[in-house]
Design a binder for this molecule. Sequence first.
Ligand code: KPL
Length: 314
Amino acid sequence: MPAPRHQESTPANNGLTLILGAGAMGRLWAASLPAGQTRFLARAGTTPPAPYHYQFQNIHGDHQTVEVPFAQANDLPKASCLLVATKAPDTLAALKEHVSELPHYLPILLFQNGMGSQQQVAAQWPERPILAAVTTEGANRPTHEFTVHAGKGQTWLGPLTDAAVGIESKLLEHLSTSGLAIASEPNIQQRLWQKLIINAGINPFTAILNCANGDILQHPFYLDHIDALCLELQQLMAAEGMVPKSSIELRKNIEAVARATAANTSSMRADTLHKRPTEIDFINGYVTRRGKELGLDLAVNRMLTEQVKILTND
Ligand code: KPL
């Protein structure tokens, strides 16, 4: 009998988890999965550096040092899945560097904020099992070496390509060894939209006003624009063929999350403070572009996109 070419088609429950992107979300998953079972992916074409160490504060406030090795070539066939935790603007290029080394059956789970980057990846490799995750886990990095699990949340995952349909339960079984709450979501597009609405209503305001999430709520700039923004989001969802919530409901949802995460620095504010590229093109920028394609002029989303780009000289 010929030897099998690969450990075929479904992720092993006890295999390694590969992680691309060592930001707060990548580090949260690396720290939460069983010790020794994760590997970061180093830049392609470079010799994998020595294992990476960082400080991690779990949800109970306990501190630990986490050690995560970088994947060696012989780790790749032992992998159960790849978690992609890069920023939305970097995702396609980062994956292009690695995809030829990855087994064709390896599930690729995308954790990006906003909309557009997931669709780019799925369109680029439609034959691969690609899934999207939507998460409400709160993680941040107050300093380069220190990651905090600041808020317990929930992660949903669902297939983006046909090749990913049917593998969710095996992947869930594997990822639930992290202890993080994770569930399957057959309609992941709807979850992505819900998260897009929240990010579109919070992130640009926190970046422009340079304030914590909760502090936007009383600010005149936010109060002047939030109703018009929610109307634009409602219009776009209707134009997309979805049954949108009313703009009043959308505002309520945005404000519930802003209150629940009142003390948080949003990812977009953190990016602007560090002069890093933001995800605005995949949040309000995506809304503006998609609106234009569908014949809608979404002026508040366009204005917020332009103002955030001015902050980072984008
Ligand atoms: O997802 C977020 C982000 O910062 O990107 C919110 C929901 C705004 C929480 O901070």
